[in-house]
Design a protein around this ligand. Structure first.
Ligand code: MRU
Length: 343
């Protein structure tokens, strides 16, 4: 099964907050339920957020009783606002909403025809994500040599996408091409996407993986236990890559140890009209830091800072791998003019 699917007028997905101890699929029936699942990290990962946002609009269209095209468009705008307010950093969510709304506005037909069109467009967003990840994986696999040991952070795998993954898509493609590689996965405090999701996905795929805590990255690099880094992205802007908190630290350490640092991200994650200082970095609740699971580990009175993402300036990035190829320094600027950007 794909990570997210449209099934008979509902959206079916796996509840990622419960993995790996429980594999529970949830069925979402309306836009509010999708928004809740996003806020509660049942659905997470930039490309998956894009697909979920698209399907949220599809749910609104599918259940609408609007008798005019204008009325349905107004309902879609309302749902778009609800989804836009869930998480601010991953651009794919905004990209998918903008894409569906602009195509819906251009569509001329009855409200019923428009509803079917929106469902079909959402399905396209999901299908394209899988195709794009496979292509991106193929390009990226050329950078991986037999015997490489790759460090990755957070989860940029099948679970963060509709299927296959971005950073893990590159690793998967190299593995499928017969390269004997190994992976070091960071646990990724505070939400533990590395320990819970990446280690689980790689084990399922039979790819050798070693789990480390985030604070061990300097140690493994200084001991030459890894020779490449590949991470995903939540947003690629003019001057930086924005990704899970801890990515910047890993990039600086990689530079210090002359280890190539690659970012794997589809162009739906590109936001090349903006710079990093205009991006909202999501701040999450303090309990994620004061607790591990349901167990409190910190004193009750302590102040907490919990940014979900950080900003890695492009000078630390060896190349960005996308479905259109491998972009080295300077390529991103040239690339800017050739792709559709966010409105
Ligand atoms: O907070 P999350 O789990 O939604 O964040 C996801 C990430 O930051 C991933 O590392 C990723 O690179 C983006 S999804 C391919």
């Amino acid at each position: 099964m794909r990570t997210i699917e449209w099934q008979n007028g509902t959206v079916v997905t796996v509840d990622q907050s419960k993995l790996p101890s429980e594999t529970v699929t949830i069925t979402l029936k309306n836009c509010e339920e999708v928004a809740d699942a996003i806020r509660n990290m049942k659905i997470r990962g930039a490309p998956l957020l894009g697909a979920a946002a698209a399907f949220a609009l599809a749910l609104t269209a599918h259940s609408s009783e609007a008798e005019s095209r204008e009325r349905l468009l107004a309902e879609l705008e309302k749902s778009a606002e609800i989804i836009r307010a869930t998480r601010p950093t991953a651009v794919n969510l905004f990209w998918a909403i903008d894409r569906i709304l602009s195509r819906a506005k251009d569509f001329s037909g009855s409200s019923r025809e428009l509803a079917a069109f929106v469902v079909n467009e959402a399905q396209k967003v999901a299908d394209e994500d899988v195709a794009v990840n496979r292509l991106l994986g193929k390009h990226g696999a050329d950078l991986i040599r037999d015997g490489d040991v790759v460090l990755t952070h957070c989860n940029a795998g099948a679970l963060a996408t509709v299927d296959y993954g971005t950073a893990l898509g590159v690793i998967r493609a190299a593995w499928e091409a017969g390269k004997r590689i190994r992976v070091f996965a960071t646990e990724t405090r505070p939400q533990l996407q590395g320990a819970r999701l990446t280690a689980y996905e790689l084990r399922q795929a039979g790819i050798p993986v070693t789990l480390i805590t985030d604070s061990m990255v300097g140690y493994v690099m200084s001991k030459r236990l890894v020779n490449k880094v590949i991470v995903g992205a939540d947003r690629v802007v003019q001057d930086a890559v924005i990704n899970k908190i801890g990515t910047f630290t890993i990039a600086v350490l990689a530079r210090e140890h002359s280890i190539p640092f690659f970012v794997a991200a589809p162009t739906s994650t590109f936001d090349l009209t903006n710079r990093s200082d205009s991006v909202i970095i999501e701040q999450r609740k303090s309990e994620e830091v004061t607790h591990v699971g349901s167990i409190r580990i910190a004193t009750k009175s302590v102040d907490v800072l919990n940014p979900a993402f950080d900003v890695t300036p492009l000078k630390y990035v060896t190349a960005v791998i996308c479905e259109q190829g491998i972009l080295y320094k300077g390529d991103l600027g040239k690339f800017k003019s050739s792709i559709p950007t966010r409105e």
